[in-house]
Design a protein around this ligand. Structure first.
Ligand code: DX5
Ligand code: ZN
Length: 223
């Protein structure tokens, strides 16, 4: 199953609710909520108040991507306001195992993300602890960037590591994914596709419908 997770960071916040309803109407699988603190990444996005507002207008699973220092501090809060998946960054956590345990204790699926410059091998000790592995395909902090081709090999390497363990965990990719390069990440083994600009720029319903149809008809190996 390949899942689409539109990043609301790319939506015009003055119309966020309307735009999410359009994506929902077209059948998006999730929404990706990019939380940035201006410390871990050089940008500030939004936090709990926005999460509370978006939770009220959709039953679709919400995939929270914490690009903040010491994310353990906010896991309970984001779970409380309705996150379904909480993803922390390997580079930001003091105790990776403890973060997974806390996310699960809060009733959410646990994700761990690595930046483009972090090697996939660092995830080896945590393959059984996390439900989702987020391979950043841009430097975290901003939407609308170009896909970093060097990250493709990281997706394949991670899928091989998971296959070796007989794990069918999600591999999520995030940043610069478009209609032109989505095959590259699918062929490498990704099965949760974050898209900000490719969904919220232009006709939202048409963009979501396009990718949902594309994923349903994709002929490659899918976990
Ligand atoms: C970047 C975020 C991404 C970004 C995706 O730090 O984690 O989710 O918003 O936006 P696009 O698809 O436009 O690159
Ligand atoms: Zn993200």
């Amino acid at each position: 199953m390949i899942l689409l997770s539109p990043s609301i960071l790319a939506a015009d916040f003055a119309c966020l609710g309307d735009y999410m309803r359009l994506a929902d109407a077209a059948g998006t699988d999730m929404f990706h909520v990019d939380v940035m603190d201006g410390m871990f990444v050089p940008n500030i996005s939004f936090g709990i108040p926005i999460m509370e507002s978006v939770r009220k207008i959709t039953h679709t699973p919400i995939d929270v991507h914490l690009m903040i220092v010491r994310p353990e501090r906010y896991i309970r809060e984001f779970a409380r306001v309705g996150a379904d998946i909480i993803t922390v960054h390997y580079e930001a956590c003091d105790d990776i195992n403890a973060a997974a345990a806390l996310i699960h204790e809060c009733g959410c699926k646990a994700g761990i993300s690595i930046k483009p410059g972090t090697d996939t091998s660092v995830l080896e000790p945590f393959l059984d602890e996390y439900d989702l592995f987020l391979i950043m395909t841009v430097e975290p902090g901003f939407g609308g960037q170009k896909y970093m081709n060097k990250c493709t090999a990281k997706i394949s390497a991670l899928r091989a590591m998971l296959n070796e363990r007989g794990l069918e965990s999600y591999i999520e990719v995030d940043g610069g994914i478009t209609r032109d390069n989505v095959d590259t990440v699918l062929d490498a083994g990704a099965n949760v596709i974050v898209m900000g600009s490719s969904v919220f720029n232009g006709d939202i319903r048409d963009n979501v419908a396009y990718f949902k149809k594309y994923f349903a008809e994709y002929k490659g190996d899918v976990v």
